[in-house]
Write a protein that binds this ligand. Structure first.
Ligand SMILES: [Zn+2]
Length: 203
């Protein structure tokens, strides 16, 4: 027994089919089928990325070519100025979001709607998978660099403590905070969090 009548059922099915063919869905389905786990539409990050692969330090935007001004997308003949301004504003915002994400330590990948057309889709998805894994290697490299920096700072702090003790200025044997070596801030806290996980879903 169907809970909907025939008309309602076909309307619902059309809606589901429509959703499945959306560019984001093509990408998400591929990722899921290949063992990648992600969060979608993450509002806490600049630009609300469509897909966030935290373990790989990568966010993915799947952009419609018209709205985000890809190449020479067809602009409607009426209200040309209106559309041009709107699309320019979107492009500026995209650039700002991307810069902010990079500053936070994320790698950013933009996939265009036109790159998901059937003729080029497979190629695009394969390239995406390659870039996801490159991003993971990049994350490992950053982690190693951070670790090396931390070790250097600890050594520096130790030396400082010895000097302090000898000179007798320190009451408790610890370097005081003004003269101590501050640990550099780690801006990409989200990426650092991702580092605590190891890839487990993929062979
Ligand atoms: Zn395009």
């Amino acid at each position: 027994m169907d809970i909907w009548d025939k008309e309602k059922r076909s309307a619902v099915m059309a809606k589901i089919r429509g959703k499945d063919t959306k560019p984001e869905w093509i990408v998400r389905r591929y990722l899921f089928a290949h063992g990648y786990r992600y969060r979608k539409n993450v509002k806490s990050l600049p630009g609300t990325p469509d897909i966030v692969l935290r373990k790989y330090g990568l966010v993915i935007f799947v952009h419609g070519c018209f709205w985000h001004g890809h190449g020479d997308s067809h602009i409607p003949h009426s209200r040309i100025e209106y559309w041009t301004n709107k699309i320019e504003a979107n492009k500026k915002r995209d650039q700002r979001d991307k810069a902010e994400l990079l500053r936070m330590g994320w790698n950013v990948l933009t996939i265009w709607e036109c790159q998901l057309k059937p003729a080029v889709r497979e190629q695009t998805l394969k390239e995406m998978e390659y870039l996801i894994n490159q991003s993971y290697l990049d994350l490992l490299r950053k982690k190693a660099e951070r670790k090396a920096r931390r070790v250097k700072n600890i050594q520096a702090a130790d030396n400082h403590q010895c000097i302090e003790e000898k000179s007798g200025h320190s009451k408790n044997g610890k370097p005081n905070s003004q003269q101590g070596y501050p640990t550099p801030p780690i801006p990409d806290t989200l990426a650092a969090e991702a580092l605590s996980q190891k890839p487990g879903n993929k062979d």
